[in-house]
Design a protein around this ligand. Structure first.
Ligand code: ZN
Length: 482
């Protein structure tokens, strides 16, 4: 059952993607890694990034378009790294990242958020900047310290499910690039934008838009709009409001006339998948729905749901994590929880229960982590068709441990209704031209999903400030179902 090789790779992948911890004061701008080593780090990390972020988005035209923009930028960038490989990841999380050796990634969520080609180019140029300045290699070097910590934790807990989750938890506490590195990547990116012929102001407008999207996501999840989490671009690229100001200041004297490429980008994002891929299950606010499994459940307020490859993870800013997955097995759920799954945790209070006609069992345990002890609750539910639904909660001990909310989440597990199935329909971005009489409000009215955030979603997607209207002839992005 334990998969140490894979877990180690996962730790590296996460450390790279989410920002490696640099507890020690590393010297910046000082590269200890040879180009060959960088290349190897990139190759090893590449497979892990693809795995963690849903693989490449299945649209060869879009991949070729982004690679074309990126390759043009790389040509005009400063630095010794000449070969870059650009990938659009099939994830609705708005994120971008880079690995040593020239691997640069943007998610389809990020591409869909961009208003024009120059904004997309701004993000790519920023990541190219990290690679050219060897920030990525420095981070990987420093992350070995983190890997060791995570490795020890895994050995102590000695339980695959828990250690894998603990790594996600550990990543949540990690910090990203240093402030100076972010500033340097922004600055390099702005220069690359200008040198390539784009309007360098696009860096600031894209950062602004990503900040607005993060705040909207937090609001939809019932969290404080000022909070960010590990899955966001801003967990690895912090202090964005400041960076917007700095980016604006840097281009204040720049001549106007740079290209925006709005029509070019909008033509590519028309029809782009928005939100989750229904085949893999979808997240709608606090609810996870899976058409293949035919089930749904709700997570507590304040938890952010992310649909991963092997599991659904919900995270709370306090550090609590909820994980849902499907395991092989059958029979007595109490025995499964106490022995097969939680045998090494010395579970207490093992109890059986029934949810939506299915038999389940749960127990509480305690695990040691590098952040001190954590409470662990395991829940196993026998699937009528065979297999076991598993819920796992890891939470720092204390008054905010969310155990009651977690049990409510488990109790909400039920088969899908026809109404639920309607929620599962795929959503796409549709580009339309504003007609006379259209307003932001009337356009947002037809957007999916039909929740109270439609107008705000329309504004964020189109980079409109509060109260800013639309004008006839303008192209705008909508989110439509089906
Ligand atoms: Zn960055």
């Amino acid at each position: 059952m334990p998969r140490p090789r894979r877990l180690a790779a996962l730790a590296i992948g996460l450390a790279v993607a989410l920002g490696a911890c640099d507890g020690a004061q590393g010297r910046e701008g000082f590269n200890l890694v040879s180009p060959e080593q960088e290349q190897r780090m990139g190759q090893e990390g590449h497979a892990e990034i693809l795995k963690q972020f849903g693989g490449p988005y299945d649209d060869p035209d879009l991949q070729a378009y982004v690679a074309g923009v990126g390759t043009r930028l790389a040509k005009f960038s400063q630095g010794d790294q000449r070969d870059f490989r650009f990938t659009v990841l099939d994830s609705d999380v708005v994120n971008a990242m880079a690995l040593p050796g020239g691997y640069v990634y943007v998610t389809r969520g990020l591409v869909g958020l961009a208003d024009n080609e120059a904004e997309l180019a701004g993000v790519l140029a920023h990541e190219i900047g990290h690679v050219q300045a060897h920030h990525t290699a420095q981070r990987v070097t420093r992350s070995t310290v983190t890997d060791l910590v995570v490795g020890v934790l895994g050995a102590v807990v000695g339980q695959p499910g828990v250690s894998e989750l603990a790594q996600l938890g550990a990543a949540a506490w990690l910090q990203g690039y240093s402030r100076d590195q972010e500033r340097e990547a922004d600055s390099l990116g702005i220069r690359t934008l200008a040198a390539t012929g784009y309007d360098p102001r696009a860096m600031a407008t894209m950062l602004d838009k990503m900040l607005a999207k993060t705040r909207l996501d937090a609001e939809v999840a019932g969290r404080d709009p000022n909070s960010v989490d590990q899955f966001d671009f801003f967990a690895s690229h912090p202090r964005t409001a400041e960076r917007v100001q700095e980016a604006l200041a840097e281009v204040a004297g720049a001549p106007s006339g740079g290209a925006l490429g709005r029509d070019e980008l909008l033509a590519r994002v028309d029809g782009l998948l928005y939100g989750g891929d229904p085949k893999e299950g979808v997240v709608r606010g606090h609810t996870f729905l899976h058409p293949g499994l035919g089930i749904r459940f709700d997570v507590p307020q304040g938890f952010r749901l992310v649909n991963g490859e092997d599991a659904v993870i919900a995270q709370h800013p306090s550090g609590s994590l909820l994980r849902f997955d499907l395991a092989k097995g059958s029979g007595d759920m109490a025995a499964y929880v106490a022995h097969d799954w939680g045998g090494q945790l010395g579970l207490r209070e093992v109890q059986t229960f029934t949810v939506s006609g299915m038999r389940g069992a749960t127990g509480l345990g305690r695990a040691e982590t590098e952040h001190g002890p954590a409470d662990v609750r395991l829940v196993a539910i026998a699937r009528p068709q065979g297999g076991i639904y598993r819920f796992l909660l890891v939470t720092p001990p204390g008054p905010d441990q969310y155990d009651r909310e977690f049990q409510q989440a488990v109790a909400s597990l039920r088969p899908l209704t026809a109404e639920d199935k309607a929620l599962i329909r795929a959503q796409h971005i549709k580009v339309v031209t504003v007609k006379a009489g259209d307003t932001a409000e009337s356009l947002a009215e037809g957007m999916a999903p039909a929740d109270r955030f439609r107008l705000e979603r329309f504004r964020v997607l189109n980079g409109l400030a509060a109260g800013q209207g639309v004008r006839p002839g303008q192209k705008v992005k909508l989110v439509v179902a089906g």
